[in-house]
Design a protein around this ligand. Structure first.
Ligand code: 1GP
Length: 236
């Protein structure tokens, strides 16, 4: 079970690293090379998804990734059309920082019948968007306001409410390509005051940023843009 492995990693202090692939930005012809780079990297998981995936290549993309990589593949969907049972699991997100019912429960209701038929491991995730110096795709697409990045207490209360509601993970998100990543103080406060694993992503551009997030208490860090821009990112 993927979730049990994440919990075990948290317990033992083994830090996890996910590479986020946005299907809209992947060229299938270049996928073998990209998979090689992923295999050479310290990544422990692959996430697939995006706010606005317009192509229909997700199933094909996952099938091809699986030919050359043994890393677990988790869906990280922006909407129910991004669900494919070719993946191993899904971060079943509820955007609990926002007040848009579609992203709190609407899309999830649409997805439930599909998920019920699939073999995907479903990992409910409280998804918290934090203001990051500019508008991000998550905020535009979800039409929600991110939490004030200086209001640590509100972020903590949101994460704790997410845990109390039964979420198995909390994901602190600055947004893909964010100018500013999640404040380290926020990571520290939240990680010290929840019992479930903590994922952090958005705007992390270098290995120092990854290490800082780990040192502050992140159990998994997600890297999208930096790897997209430079597939040698982890070797440099
Ligand atoms: C976005 O947290 C992820 O959902 C990754 O963000 O693309 O900025 O690495 P970046």
């Amino acid at each position: 079970m993927l979730y049990n492995e994440i919990v075990a990693a948290k317990k033992s202090g083994r830090k996890l690293l996910a590479i986020l692939l946005d299907p809209d930005k992947i060229e299938l012809d270049a996928l073998n090379k990209l998979t090689e780079k992923i295999n050479q990297s310290p990544a422990t998981h692959i996430l697939i998804g995006g706010s606005l995936v317009e192509t229909d290549i997700i199933a094909d993309l996952i099938a091809r990734l699986k030919q050359n990589s043994s890393l677990p593949i988790l869906l990280f969907p922006g909407n129910p059309s991004q669900i494919s049972d070719k993946a191993d699991g899904i971060l079943f997100l509820s955007l609990i920082s926002g007040r848009n019912p579609d992203y709190l429960i609407g899309h999830q209701v649409k997805a439930a019948p599909l998920l019920k038929k699939s073999q995907l491991e479903i990992i409910s995730t409280g998804y918290i968007l934090i203001e990051s110096g500019g508008e991000t795709a998550v905020s535009t697409v979800s039409q929600t306001t991110p939490l004030n990045r200086n209001n640590y207490e509100l972020t903590l209360a949101t994460a704790q409410a997410g845990e109390m509601l039964g979420n198995k993970l909390i994901y602190l998100e600055a947004g893909s390509g964010a100018q500013l990543s999640v404040p380290l103080e926020t990571i520290q406060l939240v990680s010290q005051n929840i019992g479930i694993p903590l994922i952090v992503g958005g705007g992390i551009r270098n290995t120092e940023g990854i290490q800082n997030a780990y040192d502050s208490g992140a159990d998994m860090v997600v890297i999208g843009t930096a790897f997209e821009n430079d597939s040698n990112f982890f070797n440099s």
